[in-house]
Design a protein around this ligand. Structure first.
Ligand SMILES: Cc1cc2nc3c(=O)[nH]c(=O)nc-3n(C[C@H](O)[C@H](O)[C@H](O)COP(=O)(O)OP(=O)(O)OC[C@H]3O[C@@H](n4cnc5c(N)ncnc54)[C@H](O)[C@@H]3O)c2cc1C
Length: 300
């Protein structure tokens, strides 16, 4: 550990942070891939999140923000400082709006919303991310995107300052939000939902969840769809399937036999295996369909 990283350890100990050193990121990503981090920090409060970000910025230490790790595939030699948001977990109910901490797991939130008779997020059922990660990525499924429900957020800006941003400040696009462009760290977000009966909400959530079970390898380790949809009329999964590439393996990484748009970790996959498979798919799809694929997953 270099000097600035050893003074980080002193800062963390002095301020009672929970942190781990040499923690393998593969334990914190849904695809089960990722090498050791120099420090894996779990701020237990918003204040301590802001303080540690300020410290890292002032010390010019590179860090990354991790939600639930369902869209990232880290390198085996990553060695970065990781700030996990998953201990920020409060949900506040304001009539038909909710104020949600960034670390809240979507899969835990969905049944709670049904209990409160709040509808809108059913399309996210079965998505293994956090609210912060979903908003940052503008997660979408079944024709809806989380940005459709966004009202405002409390964020840390690139100077380490806590600010509030409103709907009109943020642009959303396909797997894009201004949170990415502005390098905002989402602390809390407010969404407007609709009132409905618990039974109807649960019925819709279950239907979506069952569709995922039918079509996606959710029983396997993956990071979801590997590639962005290049256009509305081009399905990557269908194209890869047509090329007969389902089940192809590089090391421990395999093109899912259930959904060819997913790469799964069969046991000991590394980022290198996945990168090779990604390259292989890009080359084949370009050659046969003339389509350039862009990754949706983040290769850290
Ligand atoms: C089985 C499976 C199915 C999936 N299905 C879908 C789907 O239908 N639709 C879809 O859009 N995605 C899907 N995904 C991908 C993934 O679940 C989403 O992108 C999700 O929103 C990522 O959330 P996360 O908390 O896991 O983010 P992470 O993977 O932890 O991080 C993703 C990015 O967000 C950033 N980030 C995380 N939290 C914050 C924060 N608080 N502030 C600022 N930046 C932050 C990270 O730095 C990183 O750049 C699927 C994944 C899996 C494994």
């Amino acid at each position: 550990m270099n000097k600035s990283k050893s003074s980080l350890t002193t800062f963390l100990k002095k301020n009672n942070y929970f942190f781990l050193t040499n923690e393998p990121l593969k334990y914190h990503t849904t695809i089960g891939v990722g090498g050791k981090t120099s420090a894996y920090i779990l701020p237990p409060s918003k204040k301590l999140l802001i303080d540690v970000i300020k410290y890292l910025k002032e010390s010019a230490i590179k860090y990354r923000i991790l939600g639930r790790g369902s869209n990232v595939i880290p390198d085996d030699d990553i060695n970065d400082v990781i700030i996990s948001i998953s201990d920020l977990n409060k949900i506040e109910y304001l009539s038909s709006a909710i104020v949600v901490d960034a670390g809240v797991s979507i899969n835990k939130l969905i049944p709670e919303l049904a209990n409160h008779g709040l509808s809108g997020f059913e399309f996210l059922s079965g998505l293994p991310g956090s609210i912060g990660g979903a908003l940052y990525m503008n997660a979408g499924a079944f024709g809806r995107e989380i940005g459709d429900f966004f009202e405002s957020a409390c964020v840390i800006d690139k100077y380490g300052k806590k600010i509030t941003v409103k709907k009109e400040d943020i642009d959303f696009g396909y797997r894009f939000s201004s949170f990415q462009k502005e390098q905002y760290i989402i602390i809390t977000a407010t969404f407007n939902l609709n009132k409905d009966s618990k039974t109807k909400i649960e019925k819709r959530s279950n239907a979506i969840f069952n569709q995922r079970i039918d079509k996606q390898p959710i029983e396997c380790k993956s990071a979801g769809s590997v590639f962005k949809k290049p256009s509305n009329d081009f399905s990557v999964g269908y194209a890869v399937e047509k090329l007969g590439l389902k089940g192809i393996r590089f090391g421990g990484a395999e093109i899912s036999k259930k959904h060819a748009g997913f790469i799964i970790n069969t046991g000991n996959a590394t980022q290198k295996d996945i990168k090779q498979l990604v390259h292989f798919l890009k080359v084949h799809v370009r050659e046969h369909f003339g389509v350039l694929l862009e990754t949706e997953v983040e290769l850290w």
